[in-house]
Design a protein around this ligand. Structure first.
Ligand SMILES: Cc1ncc(COP(=O)(O)O)c(C=O)c1O
Length: 362
């Protein structure tokens, strides 16, 4: 007997998971846009303390965490959704907003989870190509909005291309989207964006009830292994809707406690952003020395075309053999490109050293 699955299951693409989880030897993990720095001791202590009471279910309303987020960002707690990573909120938003005959608009290449939204719901996705600088083409995206559009996603900075649009362009775009269309600005990497104050978009929430700023503790806070993300919303409509479609206990107690503690350490966030800025210069300079011009990164990773001499499979395979894991562009919507997360200074040096050898051999 073989099981018969739903049409949605047959449509949903598998997420391009990174390799390397089973490797015994220490490797340089630059494939998943993680933080190379472990959580700070205070956060580890808060998470450990929460373990002592995991015989109880977690607070289903994430009350302390939403209150802490409300204090930090000045957004009322009822307009904040929390999730098992920000992906959880994104997928729940898709379930709440989309259905066959509805449309969603997003740029491409962008975050590889977005195609799951149309696949799971049967909605029609309009993928708008990035412009020549590998940035969102917001005019082209606005032109795709129709009466059927329920959701528009803008990933800023964009994964996998690392590029960001200035705040003024985002503000202009959000103002142009009809109020019944939900706009999710996916800001997973916003802390690393040096173009504008990462919190500039918060003001837009007061003017646009359809706006959702999707953020996460996975990146700058280095808590991706715990799974906790949040959405700051222009109204309580989306938090209420995602609560309806999810199981009650979508954010575990350890993650909630760690996230509350992490918010108390904005000095650490600033330190990590500074280290990422240094890594950005290190990698950009190193790549340019190899004749590679990366996209203008405002994230904790870089993105570049390998060019004529670089066969993606050979380079990614050669790096992996040398213990350096990076992400091939073909898995992310652009064959011939590479996405490389910033590691520690030593890890970045190791990557550049192996890449130089592989390019010279090509
Ligand atoms: C653009 C973007 N959004 C959201 C996420 C999801 O983060 P998480 O579910 O860990 O919060 C990622 C993770 O890589 C991402 O790149």
């Amino acid at each position: 007997m073989t099981l018969e699955f739903s049409a949605a299951v047959r449509r949903i693409p598998s997420y391009p998971a990174a390799a390397g989880y089973a490797l015994a030897e220490p490797v340089v993990l630059l494939a998943s846009n993680e933080s190379p720095y472990p959580p700070i001791p205070e956060v580890v202590a808060a998470a450990s303390a929460a373990l002592a009471t995991v015989n109880r279910y977690p607070d289903p309303a994430s009350t302390r965490l939403r209150a802490a987020l409300s204090d930090r960002y000045g957004v009322p707690a009822e307009r904040i959704a929390v999730g098992n990573g920000s992906c959880d909120i994104l997928l729940a938003a898709g379930e709440a907003l989309l259905e066959p005959d509805a449309e969603l608009v997003y740029a491409w290449p962008s975050f590889s989870i977005y195609p799951q939204l149309e696949a799971a719901s049967g909605a029609r996705a309009i993928r708008v190509p990035l412009d020549a600088a590998e940035c969102h083409d917001l005019d082209a995206m606005a032109a795709e909005i129709t009466v059927a559009t329920r959701l528009v996603i803008v990933c800023n900075p964009n994964n996998p291309t690392s590029t960001a649009l200035p705040f003024a362009r985002i503000a202009e775009f959000v103002a142009a989207v009809p109020a019944h269309v939900c706009v999710i600005v996916d800001e997973a990497y916003c802390e690393f964006n040096l173009l504008d104050d990462p919190d500039a978009t918060l003001d837009l929430l007061e003017r646009h009830s359809n706006l959702v700023l999707l953020r996460t503790f996975s990146k700058v806070h280095g808590l991706c292994g715990l799974r906790v993300g949040y959405a700051l919303c222009g109204s309580r409509e989306l938090p209420d809707a995602v609560a309806q479609v999810r199981q009650p206990f979508f954010c575990n107690a350890v993650a909630q406690a760690a996230a509350v503690e992490a918010l108390r350490h904005q000095d650490e966030v600033a330190r990590r952003v500074e280290r990422a800025a240094v890594a950005r210069v290190q990698l950009e300079d190193g790549l340019r020395e190899l004749g590679i011009v990366p996209a203008a990164s405002q994230a904790n990773f870089c993105w570049f075309d390998l060019g004529a001499g670089g066969d993606e499979e050979r380079i990614v395979g050669g790096l992996a053999q040398a213990g350096v894991l990076v992400r091939a562009g073909s898995a992310l919507g652009k064959p011939g490109a590479l996405r490389v997360t910033y590691g520690t200074t030593a890890e970045n040096d190791r990557f550049l050293e192996v890449l130089a050898v592989l390019l010279a051999a090509g």
